[in-house]
Design a binder for this molecule. Structure first.
Ligand SMILES: [Fe+2]
Length: 255
């Protein structure tokens, strides 16, 4: 499995604090069946502004530490970029890392309770340049929960949605879980990621979320989610279904 959103790099955002914790996160990920992790430190979110060279170096250092510990997982560079008005300039000047550093997919984080006016322009600019915006965890963002049409409009234009594994498992509460299920059933999210920050809560695991997914959509659609994580890693086009305007009959997860 590929995890496209994980705060595993130590000491550069609110994720892993130390190299030891990052190694432990990687160990947990491997136990869960994860083979590749895209490291996505917060960038331009008002608290953290990463330097690309530092992120690349941190990826290299962590990979070497994992090699010494014989933990078989590949770490790839990336970032979780807070939407901001100069995003395109920062992207083209090399100040923002795309997912897998392939200039194909950008993981975009939005504020929870307000919608910046420049958001539509930024998403449009990315799409016009052939770079796919990956909207991070819309089920945990009130703006999208209350106005799913905002998300649907972007998905119809070519953006994709990333649901958090823990949301499907109820770790963020009933509201986020219900919304995650709705977005899955309406084809508004297309890839699962852990968004892991630590070894305890929100662990770097995906397998339980894939099992949960299989209780609400057909197996062939679950396979699309698996494929899409690989596709993002390799800079390929994703498999997506046309968004639905209304949720199908809900089949709640019980396990
Ligand atoms: Fe994140």
């Amino acid at each position: 499995m590929v995890d496209i959103h994980c705060h595993i790099l130590p000491g550069i955002d609110d994720g892993a604090k130390t190299s030891e914790e990052a190694v432990e996160m990687a160990r947990i990920a491997v136990s869960d069946g994860i083979t590749d992790i895209i490291a996505t430190p917060h960038t331009y979110d008002g608290l953290y502004s990463q330097r690309t060279e530092n992120v690349l170096k941190s990826v290299q250092d962590l990979q070497q530490a994992l090699g010494r510990e014989k933990i078989p997982v590949r770490i790839h560079p990336g970032s979780e970029v807070h939407v901001h008005s100069e995003l395109i300039d920062h992207l083209y000047s090399g100040q923002i890392l795309t997912l897998g550093n392939g200039m194909k997919h950008v993981l975009l984080e939005f504020p929870s309770v307000h919608f910046p006016l420049f958001s539509k322009r930024v998403v449009r600019q990315l799409l016009d340049r052939g770079i796919t915006p990956v909207i991070a965890h819309p089920e945990r963002i009130e703006v999208f929960r209350l106005n799913p049409s905002l998300l649907r409009e972007w998905i119809e234009q070519g953006a994709i949605g990333q649901v958090t594994a823990g949301s499907l498992l109820g770790l963020f509460g009933r509201t986020a879980r219900g919304c995650a299920i709705d977005f899955v059933q309406q084809h508004l999210v297309h890839v699962i990621a852990s968004d892991s920050h630590h070894v305890r809560s929100r662990r770097p695991e995906l397998s339980q979320a894939y099992k949960a997914l299989a209780t609400i959509i057909p197996e062939e659609e679950v396979e699309m989610f698996r494929y899409n994580a690989q596709a993002i890693l390799h800079g390929k086009a994703l498999q997506i279904l046309t968004p639905l305007t209304k949720s199908k009959q809900k089949r709640w997860i019980f396990f």
